[in-house]
Design a binder for this molecule. Structure first.
Ligand code: GTP
Ligand code: IMP
Ligand code: MG
Length: 334
């Protein structure tokens, strides 16, 4: 059965870090990325080395893991080929021939007018490319000669790996409230990004999913336009030490305290079986680097317990630092 990891707020919950931990700790065989495309940015820190990916699965940190991108995902060939080169994953990477290609004109369209000025998109061309895809006038990965050596039947490989009992991780991008269907329309991305959609992107049905991990940060951030309940002023964000900048756009992220209502609804929309909570150490600095639940301070434990109580789902993974392995892992089997 596959494990699906998705974001519970507005993206940038720290999925990259949680996925890199799972890839290493569970020695994942296959990691496959769903979601929109290179509008996403994930940061991993493993053995002191920072890795930023926009196209590759964040599970790349495990050198044994096979890396795939599902048919639903949009590909910018330039970004993808650079990442394959930079991370040296040529021999363990596979791209679905049905992935749709982002062209230069898509990027140009995304960087002006309504999309830039009103929605505040990432400007990476994903919205216009998905529009062309729906109009059925987009090019696919199978039409791009430079990508040919990586093409393979990702849906088939993923299903086979699951059927053989291999460990399969399905990586979502963005976050629940950026979903075109369930998010804060029109301030959303160009597709649904809840767990069901991510499964559809890679070609697995709901019966192939064992665990759904929804990732929340200990506070909420958002980049671009749209509502953000409880949004803090810049001065207050600085005072609390919650300042963040976007991986893809470099924009300063807007910030609000943890939102229990949104989190509860995200658990429902994704049918979460587990919750991962990142950056607990940013809220409670005394927790930095702690890897056992007992080692957390009382106030930090109380916060985790309140999250569990209100959401009705166990908080199994808790982030306490930048490094992939800075995690309190409360899963029963570990
Ligand atoms: P996703 O898009 O959800 O993957 O998040 P992101 O990777 O875009 O977030 P960002 O680019 O802001 O990177 C997150 C940074 O925070 C990375 O450097 C991570 O190593 C770091 N990080 C993740 N989880 C934790 C945590 O629990 N504590 C601390 N201190 N840092 C963390
Ligand atoms: P688009 O996906 O580039 O069209 O952008 C639409 C909205 O989603 C904008 O508010 C973006 O800032 C936001 N967005 C898209 N991808 C991400 C992401 O990976 N992290 C955070 N925000 C994102
Ligand atoms: Mg991100």
């Amino acid at each position: 059965m596959a494990t699906v990891v998705v974001g519970g707020f507005f993206g940038d919950e720290g999925k990259g870090k949680i996925i890199s931990y799972l890839a290493l700790k569970d020695d994942v065989d296959v990691a496959v990325r769903g979601g929109v495309g290179p509008n996403a940015g994930h940061t991993t820190v493993y053995r002191g080395v920072k890795g930023k990916v926009r196209m590759l699965p964040s599970a790349f940190v495990n050198e044994r893991t096979r890396l795939m991108i599902g048919a639903g995902v949009l590909v910018n060939p330039e970004v993808l080929l650079q990442e394959i080169e930079r991370f040296g994953v040529k021999d363990r990477f596979m791209l679905d021939p049905n992935c749709c290609i982002i062209e230069r004109r898509h990027v140009e369209l995304d960087r002006r007018g309504h999309l830039k000025d009103v929605i505040g998109t990432t400007g990476t061309g994903t919205g216009p490319a998905n529009a062309d895809r729906v109009l059925r006038k987009a090019r696919l990965a199978r039409d791009v000669p430079e990508l040919e050596e990586y093409l393979g039947d990702v849906a088939f490989e993923v299903n086979r790996a699951i059927d053989e009992g291999k460990r399969v991780l399905v990586e979502g991008t963005q976050g629940t409230y950026l979903s075109l269907y369930h998010g804060t329309y029109p301030y959303v991305t160009s597709k649904d990004v809840t767990a069901s959609a991510i499964c559809s992107d890679v070609g697995i049905g709901p019966k192939k999913v064992g665990e759904v991990v929804v990732v929340f940060k200990a506070y909420v951030t958002r980049v671009g336009g749209g509502p953000l309940d409880g949004e803090l002023g810049e001065e207050e964000v600085r005072r609390r030490g919650w300042v963040e900048f976007g991986t893809v756009t470099g924009r300063m992220r807007r910030v609000a305290p943890f939102n229990f209502g949104l989190a509860k609804r995200a658990v429902m929309l994704n049918s979460a079986t587990q919750v991962a909570l990142t950056k607990l150490d940013v809220l409670y600095p005394e927790c930095r680097g702690v890897r056992e639940f007992e080692g957390l301070s009382e106030r930090a434990k109380e916060f985790v317990e309140r999250v569990e109580e209100e959401l009705g789902v166990p908080v199994t993974l808790i982030g306490t630092g930048e490094e992939s392995m800075d995690i309190v892992d409360r899963r029963p089997t570990s």
